[in-house]
Design a binder for this molecule. Structure first.
Ligand code: SF4
Length: 364
């Protein structure tokens, strides 16, 4: 069904503030876009209170009307399986314990994740920050933002600040401009990164005005979060192109999710589609042991197989790094290509399974 057939004026549809105001928040709203299954309807009634259920009309328009297994739909519509996860934790990365001030997470000496807000355009069912997104207690008051900025000013080791949340692009332009101006006044902050899913879930947010404002604060980097090739729409490509034309390198961080992207063909199509949009596949995250997400988790061995299937079969820069995040930082996960040393040779496995002996004498 086209946008006009749904009674939405095209000007409204492409207005990100209209999209935010008209988000889907109930089973009744959802039924205008898809036919909710019995399980989805029950989960919305019983579980939406535990973790917020909000979807932009744009993202809803990508869903299959009749297939509850649709990879777009599964990312954002609750399922009763969310209630069956005895192992899941609220804060598996111990982010709260790593926060010197509210919503500033420091795991590494030189960089921080700064959760500047707790709002997103929609709420992904597997969100690592379920404990805080959409929860009023985690919203940053102006005083708390000022305290966080003060902490950054007083901590000269911090050279790289990732603005995340929630989603920093749900801020109005002038508020984000203020925050970036404050950060840019701190001499030791060399780069600012924005972690945002809006190019995927609400691409109309990436307006010309936004990009012109961001350009004034270079070097700015953006990491976004596409998980499936069906998200690589014309609108999303336009948003990423606008950022690239503004001199902003755009990387992608996917999460490995069962039934959504846990097969080699889907992952290859996703990575190659991203590269065509000039978005660099950066990380593929192993899903965390997070509450309510057992139905999304994939064994690490499966992730390794998927990564191995990409090596040699697509451009090297289309292959993200598969990582496990831990409370002590990220750990790269990779097939053991180096098999060991035999005398003066190191034996390695090539992408197509051959063993190669590389002469590599030890230092005298
Ligand atoms: S957009 Fe990111 S922060 Fe927001 S709900 Fe999704 S995964 Fe969580």
């Amino acid at each position: 069904m086209s946008v006009a057939e749904r009674g939405v004026a095209p000007g409204d549809w492409r207005d990100w503030t209209w999209q935010m105001r008209h988000r889907i928040r109930s089973a009744e709203d959802l039924s205008r876009w898809v036919s909710p299954s019995e399980d989805e309807a029950r989960a919305i009634a019983e579980l939406a209170g535990r973790f917020h259920f909000v979807i932009t009309p744009y993202y809803a328009s990508l869903m299959s009307r009749d297939d509850p297994e649709c990879p777009i739909r599964r990312q954002v519509v609750p399922r009763t399986a969310e209630a069956r996860d005895p192992a899941g934790l609220a804060d598996p990365l111990d982010e709260v314990a790593h926060s010197p001030v509210k919503n500033v997470i420091r795991v590494y000496p030189d960089r921080i994740a700064f959760c500047v807000n707790n709002e997103c355009a929609l709420y992904c069912r597997y969100c690592l920050r379920k404990r805080m997104v959409g929860e009023p207690g985690w919203a940053m008051k102006k005083r708390e933002l000022a305290e966080a900025l003060d902490w950054i000013r007083r901590t000269p080791e911090i050279r790289d600040v990732l603005l995340t949340g929630g989603d920093p692009l749900t801020y109005a332009d002038d508020r984000l401009d203020w925050l970036l101006t404050e950060l840019r006044r701190i001499p030791h902050v060399e780069i600012v990164r924005l972690g945002t899913r809006l190019p995927v879930t609400l691409p109309f947010r990436v307006t010309g005005d936004l990009v012109r404002m961001l350009e004034r604060h270079h070097p700015i980097w953006v990491n976004t979060h596409f998980n499936h090739p069906a998200e690589l729409t014309e609108e999303a490509a336009e948003a990423c192109d606008r950022l690239a034309r503004g001199g902003i390198p755009v990387g992608n961080q996917s999460v490995l999710l069962r039934g959504i992207n846990d097969d080699p063909a889907t992952m290859k199509a996703l990575c190659e589609g991203l590269v065509r949009m000039r978005v660099r596949p950066y990380y593929l995250y192993q899903a965390q042991l997070l509450e309510g997400t057992a139905h999304f988790r994939v064994p690490i061995e499966r992730g390794l197989e998927i990564m191995k299937s990409l090596r040699g079969r697509t451009s090297g820069f289309a292959i993200p790094q598969y990582v496990l995040d831990t409370p002590h930082g990220k750990v790269p996960l990779q097939h053991p290509y180096v098999k060991g040393r035999e005398g003066d040779d190191v034996v390695v496995e090539t992408w197509d399974g051959h063993l190669w002996r590389e002469p590599n004498p030890l230092e005298p």
